[in-house]
Design a protein around this ligand. Structure first.
Ligand SMILES: [Zn+2]
Length: 437
């Protein structure tokens, strides 16, 4: 059983069995990308024993990647008909007693903090808060579905020994939506959630290894009767079939409050992990006494769907670092362009080029001529910067750059206007390629 609805932890699996051989395996002798090493090497994140293991500090370059992914999550949520909310990272222990987390999940939560007569805990999930947002207004069937989105922090009391990088952490920042809908709206809402996952994966170039239908097993760690569970599992299976998606059954992998669809991916080392999840929950609406007025004037119980599209920022960024070996697509690259003057006399025109790229909303740096051009090119290449714009005599007199792209192409005499336009087009469209085709 999964004790909460965050993605399951990585498990080593046979990549061939998962339907996709990882590219890194095809290049014997090359070390597999490791997001911890690349994170240090590229200054993306750091940990400090004074702050604690499993509590990474997002450095400026890593924060750019996360901010871009958070922007994508926010746009996708609005596009998917969601409303944004913000709720606190802690609450009275009573909230999680009501939700069932305290009974089923307390072992993974940080211990309570006493303040006067009250006890507070760091939240293990934000569903209980969202249930309260739903309950803050009278709801009619005309208001449904209510879709509440928040990219929020939640906490796990992991022991220090198992923590590492971004993949095992004590605070996760999860792209999470809770849909409250009428029972007859469930198939449509699950379909919509899976389609949102598919849209984001296409954009990110992520190929799902497989879909998994995670059911309950014979254990007693679950909330709710077997009949509700069977019906929820049938709903999820029907949507997967209607979408033409093959899936595997996974007894024992459900959340404690309901079954789920897990979207599994495989990293370059062949480890399979869950990235996105869609979960069906009849239990929490009952525990929180949620209701809406139906067309018959009577009070009815909504169904809750937990939808995690982009997953935890920590997990997604770790996955992308390893998959791209640190060479992110231009829209995610912490620095998109480095402007390199050939000699000191070109520093000023190079600064003007960088200034124009910055003014166009692009992330550009000028690397002035303190040492050789070759050394600066090597450093920029090491950081996997997609565009290197070299400014020498010819370029500074003609408002141009000599462009060196990360993929090895060299284009001479590119006007600064064209450089800004092409870079903006690639970034705004979130394209995987570098453009200039
Ligand atoms: Zn949830």
């Amino acid at each position: 059983m999964r004790t909460s609805h965050e993605p399951a932890r990585p498990a080593v699996t046979d990549p061939a069995a998962a339907g996709r051989a990882p590219a890194a395996r095809d290049q014997p002798g090359r070390p597999l990308p490791d997001h911890r090493r690349l994170g240090r090497d590229l200054n993306l994140f750091a940990t400090d024993p004074l702050a604690g293991a499993g509590l990474p500090l997002w450095l400026p370059d890593g924060a750019v990647i996360r901010a871009e992914l958070e922007r994508l999550a926010a746009e996708e949520a609005v596009r998917g008909g969601c409303q944004r909310v913000y709720t606190p990272v802690l609450a009275k222990r009573a909230l999680f007693e009501r939700s069932g987390h305290w009974a089923k999940f307390a072992g993974d939560m940080f211990p309570p903090m006493r303040v006067g007569e009250e006890e507070f805990v760091l939240r293990p999930a934000n569903c209980p808060h969202h249930a309260l947002v739903y309950a803050s207004a009278q709801r009619s069937y005309r208001d449904l579905p209510v879709r509440l989105a928040e990219l929020g922090a939640m906490f796990r009391s992991e022991l220090s020994g198992v923590l590492g990088g971004l993949s095992r952490v004590r605070q996760i920042n999860l792209d999470d939506t809770h849909v409250f809908c009428a029972p007859e709206q469930v198939p449509g809402e699950i379909t919509r959630a899976v389609q949102s996952v598919q849209r984001c994966y296409r954009l990110l170039g992520i190929e799902p290894a497989r879909f998994r239908l995670s059911r309950r097993d014979g254990g007693d760690g679950y909330l709710g009767g077997e009949e509700l569970w069977a019906s929820a599992e049938r709903h999820l299976a029907a949507v997967l079939r209607d979408l033409g998606l093959d899936y595997d059954d996974a007894p024992g992998e459900a959340a404690f409050y309901g079954p789920k669809i897990d979207v599994q991916v495989v990293d370059p080392a062949g480890r399979e992990e869950t990235l996105s999840t869609v979960q069906l929950d009849f239990n929490q609406p009952a525990r929180f006494g949620l209701g809406y007025t139906g067309p018959d004037g009577g009070r009815h119980r909504p169904v809750m769907i937990h939808r995690g599209v982009l997953s935890a920022m920590e997990r997604l960024v770790a996955f992308l670092i390893e998959r791209d070996n640190g060479a992110f697509p231009p829209w995610l690259a912490p620095v998109q362009a480095a402007v390199l003057p050939v000699g000191e006399q070109h520093d000023e025109p190079a600064r003007r080029v960088a200034g124009r790229l910055l003014a166009a909303g692009l992330r550009a740096e000028c690397h002035p001529a303190g040492d050789t051009l070759g050394a600066r090119v090597r450093r920029a290449r090491h950081r996997r910067i997609p565009y290197l714009a070299v400014v020498g005599d010819r370029e500074s007199s003609g408002d141009q750059v000599a462009l060196r792209l990360r993929d090895g192409r060299r284009l001479d005499g590119v006007s600064v206007g064209r450089l800004a336009d092409e870079m903006s087009r690639q970034a705004a469209g979130r394209h995987a390629g570098l453009g200039f085709g």
